[in-house]
Design a protein around this ligand. Structure first.
Ligand SMILES: [Mg+2]
Length: 285
């Protein structure tokens, strides 16, 4: 179960307040992808929250659909544009990837003109429906989650969903914008502990051959993958391997011990000798 930051859309991530009303819309409604503009600090806030391990979920009332000012398609196109603006290159592929994990919006409003969408709905903030649905779909831990919005109904929805009131932050009430609200979130987020462990080869230069180094490095990556350990980095030189993992020193030692066991077995079968010094030589920091 992962923690999330739920983000309101309008006047939290994008600027709406200055938009005039048009037929079917009220001032501030925005359903035109061409007019989406990020508020200052929005990109940075999302980037920092994402890197801190939060799932980012937008939850937005879009009563404009019930009022006939926009279609579902318009709202989707606007949200897609926002997600594109809130993206950055993927670490591995280099292709742009949105920082936003999911967008939920409520097209219903009790005073609409489009019959299909004219009613009260459990998703419409201040009701908690969107947050609860996201928590179920994305397996989120609401006790560790936060909400950032600009309206009282945003905060009310968060509290109604079971998020601690102190974790429901309102822009304009103590926070100037989404970035300083994000800083509050980060200040309360304990950094993931990072530990390192090192294995030293039994013989000097034992890892000189690129094939041996590649085998050892891919073994540690495969081990991290099957055990779910966050592997930050692997350093291999001619005589040793050092790995940096997200977790306690004991976890790092465990990773090193298992790597020693598996690669020693491989080296014994192939070359008749062990690759690493005897157990108990792992060093964790
Ligand atoms: Mg808003």
């Amino acid at each position: 179960m992962r923690p999330a930051v739920f983000l309101d859309r309008d006047d939290t991530l994008i600027a709406n307040r200055s938009l005039p009303a048009s037929p079917g819309s009220t001032p501030g409604d925005l359903a035109d992808p061409e007019r989406v503009e990020l508020l200052e600090g929005a990109h940075e806030a999302c980037r920092l929250l994402k890197r801190s391990g939060y799932v980012l979920v937008i939850v937005s009332n879009q009563g404009i659909v019930a009022r006939g000012g926009a279609t579902l398609h318009d709202v989707h196109a606007t949200n897609d544009r926002l997600c594109d603006l809130l993206s950055e290159p993927d670490e591995h592929s280099g292709r742009p990837r949105s920082l936003i994990d999911a967008v939920y919006f409520c097209p219903f409003h009790p005073e609409g003109s489009v019959p299909e969408f004219t009613r009260e709905h459990p998703w419409r903030k201040p009701a908690p429906g969107m947050i609860l649905a996201a928590a179920e779909h994305l397996e989120l831990d609401l006790t560790r989650s936060w909400l950032i919005g600009d309206a009282p109904r945003d905060v009310q929805a968060g509290v109604a969903a079971g998020i601690d009131a102190e974790r429901c932050l309102r822009i304009g009430e103590g926070f100037e914008g989404v970035l300083d609200a994000a800083v509050r979130v980060l200040a309360h987020t304990r950094p993931a502990q990072v530990s390192r462990a090192r294995l030293v080869a039994a013989e000097e230069g034992a890892l000189r051959h690129p094939r041996v180094r590649a085998t050892v490095a891919s073994s540690v990556r495969a081990l991290a993958e099957r055990t779910g350990v966050g592997l930050r980095d692997v350093f291999v030189d001619e005589d040793s391997i050092e790995m940096e993992v997200e977790g306690t020193p004991l976890l790092a030692i465990g990773m090193a011990a298992e790597l020693r066991r598996s690669t020693d077995a491989w080296h014994l079968a192939k070359h008749g000798t062990r690759l690493w010094r005897a157990p108990g030589q792992e060093r964790a920091t």
